[in-house]
Design a binder for this molecule. Sequence first.
Ligand SMILES: [Zn+2]
Length: 561
Amino acid sequence: MTRRTVYVNARVFTADEPAWAEAIAVDDGTILAVGTEPEVRAAVGGADPGGADVETVDLDGRLVLPGVIDAHTHLVMMGEALGRVGLTDARSLDEIRARLVAARAAAPDAPRVLGRGWLFDSVPGSAPTAAMLDEVLPDVPIYLDANDYHSCWVNSAALAELGITRDTPDPIGGRIGRDAEGEPDGMLYETAAQQYAWEHLAAQATDADRDAAVERTIAAYLATGVTGVVDMAFDELGLAAFRRAAERRGGTLPIRVVAHWFVANTGDASANLAQVARAASLADEVATPWLRIAGIKLVLDGVIDACTAAMRHPYVDGSNAEPIWPLEALEPVVAAADAAGLQVALHAIGDAASGIALDALEHAHAVNGDRDRRHRIEHLEFVDRADVARLARLGVVASMQPVHADPAIWANWAAMLGDERADRGFPWTEITDAGAVLAFSTDAPTAPHEALPNLYVAATRRSALDDSFPANHPEYAVPLADAVRHATRDAAYSCREEGSRGRLAPGLAADFAVIDRDPFELGDDALLEARVIRTVVAGRTAYRADARPTESTDRGARAAA
Ligand SMILES: [Zn+2]
């Protein structure tokens, strides 16, 4: 028996043409009609003249948006981060240490103290050391992920647990911070953080820990109007955790998960290609509307804040970073994934890295010929003007994170570049003016996962964290309607789902969010106060902000949102 619902008395932004409507009819998870109330009622009646029960939901004049698709996120890490000591707003070493000491006091028997989100400029000299942590908690290992997740700050007990000494070599694409005498200083950068700290912690984490993390992530996303996500570093443990989450629910999930399989540069060409082959077989094997492997993810460089992004010209201190994937190692991997029909997502923050990414994609076009492909570059924080044009010509999706351009975290980013390059950071309008598709996301947990503050930064280039900062190059802000389209319609395009969701139109999935106030009428500032009050996925209410009784299913009965 099908379930039919008409949602009426709403301000529906469709991210389609026409842009606005007042009612939606849903038939068993799919949108049947969008338009005026008489139009959608006629569609319901016309489709079922026998007259099944039709539920009516009165949305009380509220704003309805297509369900947000977070087109670049890290699901298990986000759930883990939600369970760690938050340090982003701890703006001094004393405050960071006080929170760690308090966390230890609250859990004196925990094997470790785990924190996340600290900012370099909260630490004296932007130079964290193990000794700073040893002074307050010498006896328990401490692991603190930086806000951008490209480095990890640990204490001496953690270094000992990891077996890191002055004789430990730096891994490819990473660095163990060392003091003037060559002793490890407590900082692990890029692959050193990944391969030492995170792999160690992942090995300690149990399936139950990961299951709890997955559930925290799902609940947090639904509460902010997100109905679909694209994980950008899926691995065997994450896949197993999401398969268990689906099994617990008879094969479905409350949110739609598309994933890119993480492929590391092992330094060995055949081992790299073996990872692509694994992703290709998983893409065949894991292919439901709820959980699907779409492609691979390659990290070409680091981040500007830590001077680990690969730039065409050095940083202000004269340093630069080598790409993690040199072109000759990258080309065969991208070409193999392209030939296998996989989507390729390339993390490239510096202009040298995005140039390499586009070179490798051009090579794949040349060797594999014309085909339906949907490749993407992640972040693109500082990109060469000529490469913006090349990106558009190649049909590559620009996958960018408004929250990473928040003015509250901008100062260090600009200072590391130290020249006029800082005036062309995150040039969203330049990218869309060139004709490229721009998909928005949050890259949680490197930034807050909430959808509406992300749209606020997109539409204003102002800070969602601290309103005392001036707008950060507002010439690159996008109008709110376009910001929503980039976070819904274009995010769906980024994972080849534009024909099934991302807009509110007949035949597409009934995935949408109801917002308690309307920033289109009240102004962009209302995005900071607005709350999601209902999230609908596949026609089912997956989240409600209040605990009112569920609405009657009698024909004609009305329930307020
Ligand atoms: Zn990411």
